[in-house]
Design a protein around this ligand. Structure first.
Ligand code: HEM
Ligand code: MG
Length: 330
């Protein structure tokens, strides 16, 4: 059943994480990988169960251990996804497709579809995965990876490296592309926040410590190792010190939250604060409402699990200025 989140790890120094205890093994038939290169890599090295099925607690610990993601960011992202994509009764989440391996489902309209589920947490304008309406929303896409350098005026892989300016340009170009081609393009919280945050993740997490001392730039081969092959580069050291909610920044959030009403007709959502204050609370309220829509009338055990997981989600906000909500009672 549901558990409170595990504590923060104590030692956030850099260390070798591609060590003897965590060898790379390719996914076996039946092992699940999905839209997140971070979680995929952790599963390929045994920081997460190699099946790709995990509890929220296991995910929160693994992203700290393997990458030094800060506890607050880890808990926030994990519960924002788990409440809408996970199985509350068995406490299991698929990091990719829907699977019976997460246990018996609660009745519809609960989806329990894993991280691949479009529009619950996964969303549009990803950098190496296609929009759901245009293609595959969880598999690495070589064309997108390559087109980056073209669409950004050859600024992305300058001399074979990614820097923050290039990553921001790429983010912007992916948004423009979705506006122009995807009639269903949706770019509202939480996807709005995760899209801009994820732009910084390769630079924050995929640069081996020795290299990150001097510059925030990521080599093309190392980027491909994570994004395509779900593998730590040889001798990979995690970053020194955690990267959490207070560290995350959004490079040039130049588009306001909104969605397409037909291709090329992007309409801003005036309710959505985006990064203009209270965005995390707004994300928490939105996920709470979506969870309630999926579980309109849960019975005993399920209700208790939903209450616990919503409380865990709120705890990730730390000392927030927003009120806790109790969609399933207290
Ligand atoms: C994307 C979940 C942690 C790196 C995603 C996506 C999901 C996800 C659902 C797809 C969103 C989309 O692009 O539409 C999670 C969860 C985490 C987590 C639940 C738990 C804490 C991490 C960590 C890293 C990471 C620790 C890096 C080490 C990324 C990157 C993308 C991404 C770079 C963007 C991929 C792209 O744009 O093609 N994550 N993630 N994530 N995640 Fe994670
Ligand atoms: Mg996506």
């Amino acid at each position: 059943g549901a558990q409170p989140p595990p504590p923060a790890i104590n030692d956030t120094s850099s260390k070798l994480v591609f060590d003897d205890a965590h060898p790379y093994e390719p996914a076996r038939p039946g092992d699940i990988r999905g839209p997140c290169p971070g979680l995929n890599t952790l599963a390929s090295h045994g920081y997460l169960d190699r099946s790709g099925i995990a509890t929220p607690g296991e995910i929160i610990t693994a992203v700290q251990e393997g990458f030094n993601m800060g506890w607050d960011l880890a808990a926030f992202v994990t519960y924002a996804a788990f409440v809408v994509d996970g199985n509350h009764l068995t406490n299991l989440l698929s990091i990719g497709e829907k699977t019976p391996e997460t246990g018996p489902d609660a009745p519809a309209p609960a989806i329990i579809g894993g991280l691949n589920t479009h529009g619950a947490f996964e969303g549009d304008a990803s950098t190496t995965r296609d929009d759901f309406a245009l293609g595959n929303n969880f598999l690495f896409n070589e064309t997108l990876f390559d087109q980056v350098s073209i669409s950004s005026g050859d600024r992305l892989w300058v001399n074979g490296t990614l820097d923050i300016t290039s990553a921001a340009v790429h983010r912007h170009n992916r948004i423009l592309d979705s506006m122009a081609r995807n009639p269903n393009f949706t770019f509202t919280t939480p996807r709005y926040l995760t899209a801009y945050a994820e732009t910084t993740f390769p630079l924050a997490f995929f640069v081996s410590h020795q290299k990150s001392d001097t510059s925030l730039s990521l080599g093309l081969d190392d980027a491909r190792s994570f994004l395509q092959n779900n593998k730590f580069p040889d001798g990979f050291y995690r970053r020194n010190g955690s990267y959490g909610l207070t560290e995350v920044f959004a490079p040039f959030p130049d588009v306001l939250p909104g969605k397409n009403e037909g291709v090329g007709n992007y309409v801003v959502d005036p309710e959505d604060p985006g990064f203009n204050g209270g965005g995390l609370c707004y994300a928490y309220y939105k996920q709470s409402n979506l969870t309630l829509a999926m579980y309109p009338d849960p019975t005993d055990e399920l209700r208790t699990a939903l209450q616990q997981n919503m409380a865990s989600f709120y705890s990730a906000l730390g000392d927030p200025t927003c009120e806790e909500v109790f969609p399933f009672g207290q």
